[in-house]
Design a protein. Structure first.
Length: 265
């Protein structure tokens, strides 16, 4: 079984100690009850990950020695998920699932037909909830990279984002049940860029006006599959398909420091 992963501000070099305290220490020492001699992993959420052996453990504080360290590159192509705000009870679920499936960045979108509305203090509160959900899901899925939660955009802001990404060589795909092209065809025939922008609409669907504006900006409306998915699960299915259709799952993306010794057993 893969050792649990804990977040630290910075990953030390091999042979150094790392201390888990605060929420991470309570999770490791109290909830998981790790013991001296057991293995854990630590990561900074920005690609650096280390295998560690626990040297001391108590409730709320765990010390471990770094026995191996690696820097994991971001998967390629990078995928930004633009997620229309789901209903409140499914909002954080959408972020959790997209994170577990490998989203590199998640941008909340206030689409025309969103039932949920982020206004005033709800904007910062909503982004904080998404950041916490992404962090927890990244740890649970042992991800070296924690997805960034972008600022909230409205439909005009999304058009500007699509324009910017397409001009930079990215492929922008809008999941839409009436799309003229299949997801597989669009990904297979898309530009050989290093970024994909994946747009997921709300429960009521992407409006005709939004589709027109996004396609004029360079996006393509695509059909993901035969089923009509919830907005909270569509990105996860699409990310899984991208893992197969691109090199995201076949390229390990890991760089090891040759000066560091292998893990001790």
């Amino acid at each position: 079984m893969t050792p649990p992963l804990f977040r630290v501000p910075a990953v030390p070099a091999v042979g150094q100690l790392v201390v888990l305290d605060g929420p991470e220490g309570r999770h490791a020492g109290s909830a998981l009850r790790v013991r001296p001699g057991e293995r854990v992993r630590v990561g900074d959420g920005r690609g650096a990950v280390a295998d560690c052996r626990v040297s001391a453990a108590e409730s709320g504080r765990v010390e471990a020695e770094v026995v191996a360290r690696e820097d994991v590159l971001r998967p390629s192509p990078e995928v930004t998920v633009v997620q229309a705000l789901p209903k409140s009870e499914r909002s954080e679920l959408a972020v959790e699932l997209a994170t577990e499936a490998g989203a590199d960045r998640i941008v909340p979108w206030q689409a025309d037909r969103c039932v949920s509305r982020w206004t005033g203090p709800k904007v910062d509160k909503g982004r904080t909830k998404w950041e916490n959900a992404a962090r927890a899901a990244a740890k649970q899925s042992r991800r070296a990279w924690e997805p960034e939660i972008g600022p909230l955009v409205d439909s005009a802001g999304l058009v500007a984002l699509v324009t910017e990404e397409v001009e930079a060589g990215a492929a922008a795909l809008v999941l839409h049940e009436d799309g003229a092209v299949s997801f597989v065809e669009a990904v297979s025939a898309g530009p050989a860029g290093e970024r994909i922008l994946l747009v997921v609409g709300p429960e009521g669907g992407v409006s005709d006006a939004e589709i027109d504006a996004l396609t004029q900006a360079g996006a393509r409306a695509v059909v993901l599959g035969p089923e009509v998915l919830r907005t909270s699960t569509a990105a996860t299915v699409a990310l899984g398909a991208l893992g197969v259709l691109t090199r995201r799952w076949s390229d390990p993306g890991t760089t090891l420091d040759p000066t560091e010794p292998p893990p001790r057993t």
